[in-house]
Design a protein around this ligand. Sequence first.
Ligand code: GCU
Length: 407
Amino acid sequence: MSLNNPFQVNYDEIFVPNYTLPELFLCLDGTEIKDVDEWMKKRRPEILELFKTHMYGRLPEERPGCFRYEIFDTEKNALGGIAIRKQVKIYFTEKEDPSLDLLIYLPVDRKNPAPIFTLLHFYGNHTVTEEKAIPIRPQWDRTYNKYIPDENTRASHSKTIPVRKIISRGYGVATAYYGDIAPDIKDCFSHGVFGAFDHIFGEKRPSDAWGAISAWAFGLSRIMDYCEIDQDIDSKKVAVVGHSRLGKTALWAGAQDRRFAVVISNNSGCGGAALSRRKFGETLRVINNAFPHWFCDNFKKYNENEENLPFDQHMLISLIAPGPVYVASADEDLWADPKGEFLSAKNAEPVYNPFGLEGLPCDDMPDLDRPVMGAIGYHIRKGGHGLTECDWDCYMNFCDKHFNYKG
Ligand code: GCU
């Protein structure tokens, strides 16, 4: 096969290899899972371990560090009076560093604790809204790959998190900059939470030590810890969202931490929702070469060797069952393999059914901009790679359906 593009990746269905997905209900010891109870007690923990060992990596211990936070800003009249704003510093250890700044907006106009969307974002909290009270932290910036604070970038990414719209639908938002947890660079392992905890491993990082996606997911769980103590947030209605590499992160966070009530993956692609065995768009070789710090070292064994993975990404989604999960693609985002994302969501369905849930109520990929929503949701939007207002509309509709939200 000759592929006429610089990354030597395939964008043609004709070249998708024949593959067989590993079976959801067949345990490593050959026993077959017969009911929900066996799934939860035996197969689910086994699959979770496989993902830790071979892909995302394992934390140095079950729950490293402590949970400490400080609310450093509360404004009851934010965004022109429609929202309450809070800013919270969450520390990972007894020391000042590392820490993450959580930016929270909640609707003022509500009787009960607010359901919220939580997400990590790419550029610093000051890029989310125009409010001057959001400090610019000296931090690693992915555009320049160095630490730079910059006033010119205030509100520059407000489109990816349409806070006012989210508030008007009765939801809150809690968001943090992913670089506060660990910088997205190849030698991240002496910084952020890695710098704080990797000494627990001893001299050498093991081949299944956590990669950056696991570190960011760890940060999301600490945000969840905070949600559980904030009386203004309904901690039973926290939806975790993520775009692209942070969509991979949202899925991995939701697979491990069952406190997230809804899990949403936006254009997460390879290493996220897309099936690895299809080798369509980005492949394991390509992702491991470009981003060697995202996954554990063991994952590199599967470069050009996808068929020997003991799982595929439908099993990542299956770990979220019976929790609602939403996978979203964009038709021009072939790099992320929209069809592979759909098939992954669809192939997780057999785990939802025994819980009495309908899974993903469509047999084939739906038409463009026609979201389908069961316990599993899916849409393919027109356009390119990105988190857009249309995507957010679907996520809010999906959460309305599952939270049965009544203000
Ligand atoms: C790259 C990478 C993807 C990733 C994306 C992103 O394109 O290859 O795997 O999802 O960056 O995070 O924007």
